[in-house]
Design a protein around this ligand. Structure first.
Ligand SMILES: [Zn+2]
Length: 328
């Protein structure tokens, strides 16, 4: 997981502001050589602006009239400056400081609230620093193949694994398309190797690419995180887990299950449901096994508030490797 992301992000903003200051210096130097008059006008503007500020506090005869005249002078000079720039093929704001984000002026904050560009940077940092970065190069919808799923039906499963996965993928694509407006949580359960983790990765990649903050944790890592939050008061980590757009908990059931893990897991799931922060949970357990392993408080939330998708069929990991070998 990324550590100290807040200071890393503030550093990014600092660098952006420095770069823009330097770019402005270069533009000024260029204009100094080509259109020196423009810089003289700029100097005049700043001289009058200072005078305007000072005069507002002074007692001068006919002050209002004087201030009005000063303002008019400044406006005229600005117009002349813009005309000079534009008639020589430059943009009107060529000598102004540029902001990559107009909303927060490259500070990341609007008042006390984080700007939308802050989240983009967080997604980028998280993506770059997570193990997901390399995994998702392979595990994404472009590489998703239905070929690995059998078309055979059985008495137990009248719907073939292929038909089943087609329908699950369809729902997942809809979940992605409507992500900003839906309030869905997803539970993948069923046989190991039936495509749950792969599909989970596909969803993560698609949403991260669309700028959503998706945090991916195995259940084991998640419990370690929750312990850290509880014992070390790691607020950054707490914010990431509790406030991200989608928290993926992979392999539920493989973590060490004890009273601490059960309590903390319940608190997390419950809080996220109350705050309408989405989750995707995957487990190799059957629904029966889930009910036997976890407390009623946890399972009632998982079964009652999540869309359940049952995965079954042969181990596609073996099939996928065989396919890869065939193509070598
Ligand atoms: Zn911004």
């Amino acid at each position: 997981m990324i550590k100290g992301y807040q200071s890393q992000i503030l550093k990014i903003y600092e660098t952006i502001r420095e770069q823009e200051q330097n770019a402005l210096k270069e533009r000024k130097n260029e204009i100094k050589g080509k259109l020196p008059n423009v810089l003289n006008i700029e100097k005049e503007i700043s001289k009058f602006s200072i005078e305007l500020a000072i005069s507002s506090f002074k007692s001068i005869k006919n002050r209002d009239e004087y201030l009005k005249k000063l303002r008019e002078k400044i406006t005229d000079l600005r117009v002349t400056k813009s005309e000079l720039l534009v008639s020589n093929g430059y943009a009107m704001d060529y000598l102004s400081l540029h902001y990559r984000c107009q909303k927060c002026k490259d500070t990341g904050f609007i008042g006390n609230n984080r700007c939308t560009c802050y989240k983009k940077k967080l997604v980028y940092l998280y993506y770059k620093n997570s193990e997901l970065n390399t995994i998702l190069e392979e595990d994404n919808f472009n590489n998703f193949s239905y070929e690995c799923f059998s078309t055979k039906t059985s008495e137990r499963y009248p719907k073939s694994p292929r038909k089943n996965i087609e329908s699950i993928v369809k729902h997942c694509l809809y979940f992605i398309e409507t992500f900003s407006s839906n309030n869905d949580n997803i539970l993948f359960y069923g046989d190991p190797g039936s495509g749950k983790t792969f599909l989970t990765h596909c969803i993560a990649k698609e949403l991260l690419d669309r700028g959503y903050l998706v945090i991916y944790r195995t259940a084991e890592d998640l419990i370690k995180d929750l312990r850290k939050i509880r014992l070390e008061h790691d607020y950054e980590l707490e914010n990431l887990l509790f406030d991200c757009d989608l928290l993926i908990i992979d392999d539920l059931g493989t973590e060490q299950i004890n009273n601490f893990s059960k309590t903390e897991l319940f608190n997390l799931i419950n809080k996220k449901l109350l705050n309408k922060n989405k989750m995707l949970v995957s487990t190799n357990y059957s629904l029966d096994e889930l009910l036997k392993t976890y407390t009623d408080r946890i399972t009632s939330r998982l079964l009652g508030n999540f869309n359940l998708y049952h995965f079954y069929g042969e181990d596609i990991r073996i099939k996928m490797n065989l396919n890869k070998m065939k193509s070598l």
